[in-house]
Design a protein. Structure first.
Ligand code: IMP
Length: 210
């Protein structure tokens, strides 16, 4: 059974880049959003072995602690030639100091170690798993994906691995796109661009009122 969201929502993230994007994506639906950080909720350990499992861990913990519906995103960059790495370890590759220049450098040097120079050897995709959990235990999960290639980092917008990701059909990296372009909602309502916006489109159809 599906359920529509109403009232206040906790956005269960401590990642400021994700929080900004999730607030932007939630804005049209008139849902009042408060972040886990603002509520002083602890960050649970992400012990799952899939994006969906980790999104559920975060959303369940926040819904339980705040006694409000909670939305969590677990996301990451998967590089085909690296067997899908960094994948669910995307944040960890940047370390405690959140050094994404270092994490992008590691992706590039591991690709170089495979001699991957041609675009078809540098295929990658971003995944965003969204889990919306109500305090009574009702749960909804969706997953969005965007495909592209790894390129030398360009641009200072966005966050994380954005400067290194060139989405298929575009000539600017996510790091060179303003957030509206990265979300990429077409006026005719067809497919959005970013993994997170695509997951939101699916979640909106199921749980949000336009
Ligand atoms: P987690 O979901 O909190 O475990 O962390 C996901 C990590 O994946 C982030 O810290 C970023 O490094 C990366 N990531 C997820 N989504 C994006 C995105 O839209 N752009 C760039 N990097 C992202």
């Amino acid at each position: 059974m599906t359920r529509k969201l109403s009232g206040k929502l906790v956005i269960a993230t401590h990642n400021s880049g994700k929080l900004r994007e999730m607030r932007e994506l939630m804005a049209p639906y008139g849902v009042e959003c408060i972040s886990a950080g603002e509520l002083g909720l602890p960050e649970p350990e992400e012990t799952g072995d899939t994006f969906i499992a980790n999104a559920l861990i975060k959303a369940r913990a926040a819904a339980h602690a705040a006694k409000l519906p909670a939305l969590a995103d677990d996301s990451g960059l998967c590089v085909e030639a690296l067997g899908g790495a960094p994948g669910i370890y995307s944040a960890r590759w940047a370390g405690d100091s959140k050094d994404f220049a270092g994490a992008m450098g590691r992706v590039e040097s591991e690709l170089q170690a495979f001699g991957a120079r041609a675009p078809e050897q540098r295929r990658a995709w971003f995944i965003s798993a969204l889990a919306l959990v109500w305090p009574d235990g009702h749960e909804q999960v969706v997953e969005g994906r965007v495909d592209g290639v790894i390129v030398p980092p360009r641009g200072t917008k966005g966050f994380g691995y954005d400067p290194q990701f060139l989405p298929d059909g575009h000539d600017r990296t996510f790091g060179e796109m303003a957030s509206e372009e990265k979300h990429g909602f077409p006026a005719d309502g067809s497919r959005a661009l970013s993994h997170r916006a695509r997951a939101f489109q699916d979640l909106a159809l199921i749980c949000l009122r336009a």
